[in-house]
Design a protein around this ligand. Sequence first.
Ligand code: ATP
Length: 388
Amino acid sequence: MSHIKIENLSMIFGKKKNQVEALRLIDEGIDIAEVMKQTDTTVALKNVSFEIKDTELFVIVGLSGSGKSTLIRCLNRLNEPTRGEIYVGDENILAYDKEKLLNFRRNRISMVFQHFGLLSHRSILRNVEYGLEVQGVDKDTRKDKAMTAIKVVGLEGNETKFPHELSGGMKQRVGIARALITEPDILLMDEPYSALDPLIRREMQNELLNLEDYINRTIVFITHDMNEAFKMGDRIALMKDGEVVQIGTPQEFFSNPKNDYVRDFISDVDKTQIIKVRSVMNKTTVVAKDTSLRSDVLETMDLYKKNHLFIVDENNLYQGIVHRNDVARSRSTEIKDLIQPLEAVYRNTYIKSLWERFDVVETDLPVINKDGYYKGSISKNDMIKALA
Ligand SMILES: Nc1ncnc2c1ncn2[C@@H]1O[C@H](COP(=O)(O)OP(=O)(O)OP(=O)(O)O)[C@@H](O)[C@H]1O
């Protein structure tokens, strides 16, 4: 489990004794600017608490200096927080000794940097292999895995090239392949695309969203661009002056901005261009397995007041829809034969594109990931509310 829980995290830069004094003043409720002036410190994070769900794509957004990098660097302890706790699963990673920390960094968490951080004297293949080399994995396995990772990020055929021979977008793909090679639970991405030109940047954003379906990992992604944040994030934390101002889905930011600062921050965002099915859909909708009994299906429809139910196989792959009338009329006890085809919506689709679908479909629409696994459903009402 790679669920992350951050509790009361503060990070203060400055002399040790001044940090302690700064914390004391913060606890007394003194204004941050005043604390920094009095103690000659920089308060980069102040009492930050939130949780990141397992396999979530979580975005931290904020202006320059708001504390984003400081926060993400606490998650792999490149920064040692002044106070607070960070749990990954059940473990407090701030309590790790040297050996445990090394193990954590080698196996469970990796980072993609803004300026790529590639080793210039190594080929692409050897750059990607690096994390396994450090783990002491044998040469053949290393190569096999690196070739797969290179293929996943679309760089096949470039294995023997060196970093200086690649474009910015390609270098960032190497960065991602290198981060994925150790199969970490958590991927940290610190403004990974800010050095790329807009077209490549958009391409890389879309690729990451597709890759996320494929790799199924927790991703913490930093950006100062609200459009990028809303496009990428399942949920977003907006930071200001070392504090989290608001956390939520893009939809929640639009429908319920916490204050004028948030309102101002999102005012330039064109939500029809940003909001995707994934942030509006109902993730808890029930489905039936294609081997379910007819009576159970009817009961479930009654319970949820629906006249239809989506059907998945035993692996949760989406199969189709069953309608109440068909189920009620059928003599068969199983529902297998009653499944009707209904094209599912890919969860990274923009919701504005659903208008046409809802013109011809009266039910909710099932939502799947790239591999066809059922992820939830979206109703016409959900769409209208999101676009309002
Ligand atoms: N090593 C350090 N020593 C002293 N102050 C630091 C250090 N690292 C960061 N800071 C300060 O902490 C505050 C938060 O910086 P941080 O880099 O986390 O912000 P950011 O939101 O990531 O900004 P950017 O988008 O510019 O990278 C800033 O005031 C910064 O100057």
